[in-house]
Write a protein that binds this ligand. Sequence first.
Ligand SMILES: Nc1ncnc2c1ncn2[C@@H]1O[C@H](COP(=O)(O)OP(=O)(O)O)[C@@H](O)[C@H]1O
Ligand SMILES: Nc1ncnc2c1ncn2[C@H]1C[C@H](O)[C@@H](COP(=O)(O)O)O1
Length: 222
Amino acid sequence: MNLRQKYDIPGDAVITIAGTVGVGKSTMTNALARALGYRTSFEKVDTNPYLDKFYADFTRWSFHLQIYFLAERFKEQKRIFEYGGGFVQDRSIYEDTGIFAKMHYEKGTMTETDYVTYKGLFDAMVMTPYFPHPDLLIYLEGSFEDIVDRIRERGRPMEQQTPIEYWKEMHGRYEDWINSFNACPILRLNINDYDIVQDENSIEPVVEKIGYFLQQTRKLVR
Ligand SMILES: Nc1ncnc2c1ncn2[C@@H]1O[C@H](COP(=O)(O)OP(=O)(O)O)[C@@H](O)[C@H]1O
Ligand SMILES: Nc1ncnc2c1ncn2[C@H]1C[C@H](O)[C@@H](COP(=O)(O)O)O1
């Protein structure tokens, strides 16, 4: 019996991993997909044609980057739908608008016209009854200091050159965002409570929590 069966997790659920840059979403996505026998859906970083340019000049490229991410995530959504679920997704589509686009607009690095255009497109595509929301959003949280250490350790050049205030602002916004998020059920995990890098078996308590959580939410919708 595998972990998915042991904890009574359906084969067709869609679990999305949310949290600030560097918190450990990709690492969790891989570990969880392996444990559950699910497929993965990753955001493209290395082949993203706008990301380097965006970090070099937020004002010039923020609209282009948001449109690119929206299109990519929507294509992934279609792929997940076509497979009939059974996916772990690295970052939710909701963070694009709720964190990034909003932050750049409010900080003055995205114009109001661009923000209104982007938000209108996002709402028309995503916030409708036709868009299947994930069965569960796992929110990874940790202290700002631990997360900045992880960004440094990973060492993506564009992120190293970004002022620390950017990560601080984002960290604060994530707390506010998750406290008012209601598009799907949320499971919060603190990064100090597991260590899937040092100990692969520490994924089992996470899977157990997911199983328990999905059973509770299934009871609620019945
Ligand atoms: N549970 C963990 N314990 C220790 N280090 C971790 C853990 N999860 C991720 N990391 C490290 O933190 C860095 C960022 O992780 P990553 O999964 O790429 O984050 P994200 O996808 O959220 O940006 C990487 O260097 C990764 O090896
Ligand atoms: N919607 C976004 N706007 C701006 N930047 C974004 C967006 N989504 C992801 N990013 C950036 C942040 C990181 O530098 C990379 C990858 O994110 P990660 O949290 O490391 O998976 O893309």
